[in-house]
Design a protein around this ligand. Structure first.
Ligand code: SAM
Length: 242
């Protein structure tokens, strides 16, 4: 089982209404796309967390299930209205099995990068394919690796610099790895946290999909279906089980 980086300490502060990712303007377009793709079928969220996306999607009438490693994160979802009606399998989304067959599986908020080896990321695609009905679709939202912003010879890039949050990504280019270091002022106390990731290229994801019997049907720069270009810093990609 992979290490759980979303224990009680993180779960307690994860939901942050002041963060743009938690605001209706950000969540609305996500739910619009996912509800349309799910159609009349059920949806499976890998890394369902505190239900940031799953709960509003369920409120749209979609049957939502989840997989997550962190009992602390899922407990936060359970405490919200409707949160105890969503079936969740506790386990690694690269291998854990959820009951049922799904028209849609989705993995948002860069969470594919939490799988820190290529083998685990491929296994995740294979696990998704095993949950999808034929023609079912898999959606990933993830950043484009920011290597163009890393000067030659440097390994560290700041990504947050506010009075309450300092964040630095430390790249290991040979391994395609990065560690995100966070220093945050929470309730008057500075806390540090370092989480390992494996960054992954869009073309590499397409190959993983192909290994798992899926093919790319859409790639947007965001949830409003903006065109994906060389300048895009993230993408929302949709593959269909062949
Ligand atoms: C950044 S949070 C995203 C939560 C939610 N999807 C959202 O959009 O707010 C990542 C979630 O994925 C879970 N997670 C990370 N790696 C995992 C793994 N290998 N298997 C299952 N869950 C995992 C974490 O416990 C956490 O709840």
């Amino acid at each position: 089982m992979p290490e759980d980086h979303f224990g009680e300490d993180v779960a307690a502060h994860y939901d942050d209404p002041s963060d743009e990712m938690f605001q209706p303007a950000a969540i609305g377009p996500v739910v619009d796309v996912l509800a349309e793709l799910a159609g009349d079928g059920a949806a499976l969220e890998l890394g369902i967390g505190t239900g940031r996306v799953a709960l509003p999607l369920a409120q749209r009438g979609v049957e939502v299930h989840g997989i997550d490693l962190s009992t602390a994160m899922v407990a936060r979802m359970r405490a919200k209205p409707g949160g105890d009606e969503i079936p969740v399998a506790i386990g690694d989304f690269a291998t854990a099995r959820a009951e049922g067959r799904f028209s849609l599986a989705y993995l948002v908020f860069n969470t594919i990068n939490n799988l820190t080896t290529q083998d685990a990321q491929v296994a995740c695609f294979e696990n998704v394919a095993a949950h999808l009905e034929p023609g079912g679709q898999f959606v990933i939202e993830v950043g484009v690796p920011q290597l163009q912003r890393l000067p030659p010879g440097e390994t560290v890039r700041p990504f947050a610099l506010t009075p309450t949050h300092l964040g630095f990504d430390e790249f290991d280019v040979a391994r395609q790895g990065l560690i995100s270091h966070h220093y945050e002022l929470i309730d008057g106390v500075w806390r540090s946290d370092s989480v390992p990731f494996r960054y992954v290229w869009p073309s590499e994801l397409d190959l993983m999909a192909r290994i798992a019997g899926m093919t790319l049907v859409e790639r947007w720069a965001g949830w409003r279906r903006e065109p994906f270009t060389s300048e895009s810093t993230s993408h929302v990609s949709v593959w269909r089980r062949v």
